[in-house]
Design a protein around this ligand. Structure first.
Ligand code: FES
Ligand SMILES: [Fe+2]
Length: 441
């Protein structure tokens, strides 16, 4: 039998299938906690969320809790968020404090983590103040994001991020501000949630309204040799889907106006309107829409930078993923950023963060970042009006995610695993390859 055929039949038998226990079993979740969450670099917050000394946020991942604190104008530290006396969590939410005083008996630590005082020091002769600092975990920053890592032997963040900093060199995310930040609990394993954003294959059934101006099946999916943490998908916009043969230019234009772009809200500009629709001689709808959006971006980026941006950077979703759970998109205008993580210790519940990082006019002051706005479980994404036309799209995604979790519970007794496509789902397979490398190490 030729090799290619042998491989095909192995695939049919489910050799490349993804076992459903990875989403359903408690044991696998516990392995992930030890082998993934306690070893990876994970995005904890934006630097701009803690601008002043003493500002901090509480970052919780599964059962672990950390204080991410600005300890100096150019210094951020991450401490274990627990009192060294009897273990109470020092802070339940972020803010700005002069020191960390435990609400239980009053043990107090300075902002830099050194021990300050204890109300009954005579009763604790065993405490050596010098050695009673809050335990720290590794912190580093990239793109205006603060990352932490619990593993003291972890490689540096810049190594972990592989080629990502290089790819984003000309679109630095540290120069953006958080214009929108919405968070919501989704009743599904965090990987079911994350994987719903790793391919554009689902557009044909889940978001059919987008097909008139999104070329779903023409998406370029990239994984790179020797790169296990990053992958990318670029989906062509301003062009109709191969599933919609013969779509005329007007339909592409009106479909784009109706559905595709959500720049308006994210950059406090205006959405394109029908009046803008006058495709020039010899222009494709894609070129035309890019030109309109480029004009809208000029006040934000400056004339020269807007002119230099490619149509792809202006129009197309350029979706990067950093293992395990961070997805910064690249764009000339506002960039979408997703983060997916378990909701506490519940392996059948996840938290999704949806952020927009928007440019602001050169030479002006950085606008204040948006606070995190939590949607309740019974709310829809369209209740976050600031998401504009992304809201209905996320509602459609949210319609699938818990149903995948439900369906797998029965399916696991009948099939060895989930089936993945060769190309369009290659990023999911790449993700699982890396996941299993972590689990097995
Ligand atoms: S537990 Fe914090 S002071 Fe006692
Ligand atoms: Fe989707």
């Amino acid at each position: 039998m030729p090799d290619a055929l042998r491989r095909e039949s192995a695939t049919d038998l489910g050799v490349e299938a993804i076992p459903m226990e990875r989403y359903l079993s408690r044991e696998f979740h516990e392995l992930e906690v030890e082998k993934v969450w306690r070893r990876v670099w994970q995005m904890a917050c934006r630097e701009e969320a803690i601008p002043n000394v003493g500002d901090h946020i509480v970052y919780d991942i599964v059962d672990d809790s950390f204080l991410i604190v600005r300890t100096g104008p150019n210094e951020i530290k991450a401490f274990v968020n627990a009192c060294l006396h009897r273990g109470r969590r020092l802070r339940t939410e972020g803010g700005c404090v002069p020191n960390f005083r435990c609400p239980f008996h009053g043990f107090t630590w300075n902002i830099d983590g050194t021990f300050a005082e204890n109300p009954s020091s005579w009763d604790f002769p065993q405490i050596n103040s010098e050695r009673f600092s809050l335990p720290q975990v590794k912190v580093d920053t990239w793109g205006g994001f603060v990352f932490i890592n619990m593993d003291r032997n972890a490689p540096p963040l810049e190594v972990f991020l592989e080629d990502l900093p290089d790819h984003f060199k000309h679109r630095p995310l540290e120069d953006r501000y958080t214009s929108i930040h919405i968070a919501k609990v989704i009743p599904a394993n965090w990987k079911v949630t994350a994987e719903a954003f790793l391919e554009s294959f689902h557009l044909v059934a889940t978001h059919p309204q987008l097909l008139g101006s999104t070329s779903d099946e023409s998406t370029e999916y990239s994984v790179w040799p020797g790169r296990r943490h990053i992958s990318r998908a670029i989906t062509v916009a301003g062009h109709s889907s191969p599933h919609m043969k013969g779509t005329d230019d007007d339909t592409i234009m009106s479909n784009y106006l109706l559905n595709r772009q959500y720049y308006g809200r994210a950059m406090e500009g205006r959405d394109l309107v029908a009046d803008d629709l006058a495709v020039g001689e010899g222009q494709t709808p894609r070129e035309f829409i890019a030109e309109q959006l480029r004009n809208q971006l000029k006040p934000l980026l400056g004339e020269e930078a807007a002119e230099a941006a490619t149509d792809c950077e202006i129009l197309d979703p350029i979706a990067y993923t950093v293992f395990p759970n961070f997805a910064p998109w690249m764009a000339a205008g506002p960039s979408l950023v997703y983060r997916f993580r378990p909701n506490g210790d519940d392996h059948e519940s996840s938290i999704i963060d949806v952020m927009f990082l928007s440019p602001y006019p050169p030479g002006t002051e950085r606008p204040r970042p948006a606070e995190v706005k939590w949607l309740r479980e019974d709310q829809e994404w369209t209740d976050a009006e600031e998401l504009g036309r992304l809201g209905p799209v996320l509602n459609q995604d949210a319609n699938n995610i818990p149903e995948v979790q439900r369906g797998m519970k029965t399916l696991q007794h009948f099939r060895r695993g989930l089936m993945m496509s060769r190309y369009q789902e290659s990023r999911i397979r790449h993700f699982h390859q890396t996941l299993m490398e972590y689990i097995k190490q």
